[in-house]
Design a binder for this molecule. Sequence first.
Ligand SMILES: Cc1ncc(COP(=O)(O)O)c(C=O)c1O
Length: 393
Amino acid sequence: MNSWQSLRVSSIAPSATLGMTDKVKQMRALGENVIGLATGTPDFDTPSYIKESGKLAIDEDITYMVYTVSMGLPELRQAISNKLKIQNSISVSPDQILVTIGVKEGIFNAAQACFNPGDEVLIPTPTWVTYDACFVLAGVVPVFVQSNAANNFKVDPEILESKITKNTKAIMLNSPNNPSGAVLDLETLSAIADIAQRHDLLVLSDEIYEHMVYGLSKHISIASLPGMEERTLTLNGFSKSYAMTGWRVGYVAGPKAIIKNIAKIHGHSVTCAASFAQKAAEVALTGPQDDLKKYIATLHLRREQLVSGLNSIPGVNCLSPDGGIFCFPNISSLGMSDVDFSTYILEEAKVSSLPGSAFGPGGDGHLRMNFARRNAEDIDEAVERIRRALMKL
Ligand SMILES: Cc1ncc(COP(=O)(O)O)c(C=O)c1O
């Protein structure tokens, strides 16, 4: 019998993040009390004024019951254009912005629209699991550029440049980084911008954690650097900043001709992002930002709490992440692989995490743990459970 399985789908692995989320759901359905630190979902509620605007759009306005303009609601694209100018120093008009079903759709369709089979894209690692799959599905060869804990997982521009071949077409950046929390500073971004210009490369910059920066770290958009606007796709969305993962709204902004090509694929594959979710996204950007400020202040505290909790466990060494919502502790001195350790604490301590090796070269020996929890007690409880589980070994 035919297996109806394409070579394309055989070339990628299922999402490690979603796999763990499903496993935790199954354990909870069986009555297990699992503290879930594995997912990329902030454990916060979408601010009420945003929820209300989505409900109002459904209840009161027929225009939100039909497809929107495929590129996205004009008022949302205008709000994004204003936001990018004010917060990110990027000048793009609304017709240079495509509203997508999250950053994921933006990356997937950008990979389809910008590259040909055999093209290479440089991806600094450890890296979010989805980039690799999106490029592979487009026939693109992902070329990993490993960074490591010794330099706080920052991309080394020299190593990056050494990986360039005649097939290299782009660099995939993610700052603040998932999973390592690394935030690229101006010096590093300028060096990468210089490389991109000298080698005529496109830069895809996923800035979904832009507001989650701690201490002296500052988020800088590479598209704002001289000469970069014409060769950068800035990807961002509402999932993390406004706790709107399930609403599924994101965007990609960049040179008009490229956005038009991505929009062609978007139009045929999804038509548009959900209308009322787009309305809520517009209100997220134009409404009061107090909830965002409170949420970031809470994340500062949770980050400190998880870092110090993990460092109090013998054998666990956790750097303080400069950005993002994850701790990335090194557990290699415990004498277990990251996969075995993650499985052990799930089964024994009922704490979910992701093994660092799921995030590509340089990630092994680490765990990824989400500290974006609304309740401080969850973090203390998770740390104590891990400590007790380790004492049993
Ligand atoms: C780096 C990064 N980019 C994008 C996403 C997904 O974004 P969205 O929900 O907008 O598709 C995630 C989610 O975990 C992420 O970690």
